[in-house]
Design a protein around this ligand. Sequence first.
Ligand SMILES: CC(=O)SCCNC(=O)CCNC(=O)[C@H](O)C(C)(C)COP(=O)(O)OP(=O)(O)OC[C@H]1O[C@@H](n2cnc3c(N)ncnc32)[C@H](O)[C@@H]1OP(=O)(O)O
Ligand SMILES: O=C([O-])CC(=O)C(=O)O
Length: 436
Amino acid sequence: MNSTLKQTLAQEIEAWRPRTKKLVKEYGDVVVDEVTISKVIGGMRGLKSLVSDISNLDPNEGIRYRGYSLQEVVDGLPKAPNSTMPYVEGLFYLLLTGKFPTKAEVENVVDEFAKRRVLPRYVCEILDAFPDYTHPMVMFSSAILSMSKESEFNRKYFKGNLHKNDFWDPTYEDALSLLAKLPNIASYIYNKLYLKGKPRFSDPNLDMGGNFAFLMHKQKPYDDVARMHFIVHSDHESGNVSAHTGHLVASSLSDVYMSTSAMLNGLAGPLHGLASQEVMKWLLDGIDIIGNDEPSEDEWRKFVWDKLNTGQVIPGYGHAVLRKTDPRYTLQRNFSKEFMSDDSIWKSVDKLYRIVPEVLKEHGKAKNPWPNVDAQSGVIQWHYGVREFEFYTVLFGISRAIGICANIIWDRALGYPLERPKSVTTEMLEKIAGIK
Ligand SMILES: CC(=O)SCCNC(=O)CCNC(=O)[C@H](O)C(C)(C)COP(=O)(O)OP(=O)(O)OC[C@H]1O[C@@H](n2cnc3c(N)ncnc32)[C@H](O)[C@@H]1OP(=O)(O)O
Ligand SMILES: O=C([O-])CC(=O)C(=O)O
């Protein structure tokens, strides 16, 4: 008999808890890392100060979900019907349990998601009330925040009879109910802002990727484009701005809706997830300014230098942790090479991959001259007809919510406490440095 995702998760949690307890109780004073002044002032870059078992980022190899590389994840998860890409719901199963689900187990999760898709009416009314010039990330984050009243966790917690050991259970229920609705909220926003038509109702027979393509009025292979996008952007260990924000906000026992809305506001910054929008705008501006649909390598090189010389960053390049080409870039590049190599804008993306790292190395500032995920994701959406690039971070947000919800469920299961580091004053640092 197939056990459900929740039953498997419950067993994993029971088995895992003693490991965390033992570390805290018997090894609590063991030193993990050193806090230097440059780390304190420099955004805590690389400081080992968070725990996540959902994914881990190696600077040279890139992300692994539960120990598996992206390619292993794509190869190992059951594929959606008539698709080259796996079910996104299967990824959620893997992130939560560390196990690859069988086809029957994924289908069970697909059904669970499908049952929870319908949006409360007030969410549509709130979205309808936004003026059409609103950025879609503002609408997305607000719609999610408004659903806090649906929280099963809050209902049980404030009733006063929820044991700490059981916090994860209603958090899991909230996470499923939220994740199931995200493609519907996103496509509702897309429909309102750009299609100006009546939104479609979900097709209950379709999985998350298939249903999203349907809601977006897209044909095949957009379902696989959506699945790939939702899988590769879902988690990037716990220290990035969005994941850290989600974890931090949830640590005060704010519900999953509040935590996800908050993390999206961090994702919406140009140095983080908004870079996917910025890359596309930058590419189109470049093509426009150079005045040639397919600029040569020399024309692009000059454009890149002009940007750097006026003190601007090259969006889609560099990374706070990675020191090689992002495997998420490579996976999407391979897809582009196979399915859209004739696309003139993608040809520029490919030229830039040959030029920018060499220019950034010569420029001598960026610690990582290689491309990150955002340098590749927008052009695929553009090719398949989603040309409103302000919407790209919403797509990123649907995916990132999957990883963050998995993290929050485990945070609650392992009883991680309120996050509260200590700040110091500049004067205190000067004293520590021996200047004063
Ligand atoms: C999903 C994601 O969030 S992936 C990242 C998406 N963001 C982008 O693509 C925006 C462009 N890239 C960047 O701005 C940066 O590389 C970041 C924000 C991603 C990482 O920042 P950091 O860890 O501070 O990078 P790093 O230590 O290499 O920065 C050193 C210097 O190089 C500069 N630098 C880093 N990347 C770039 C770049 N792509 N173009 C130009 N300069 C850069 C920094 O601005 C910094 O300059 P400064 O010394 O004048 O302040
Ligand atoms: O890891 C980071 O800091 C940024 C990033 O690539 C992500 O969150 O996907």
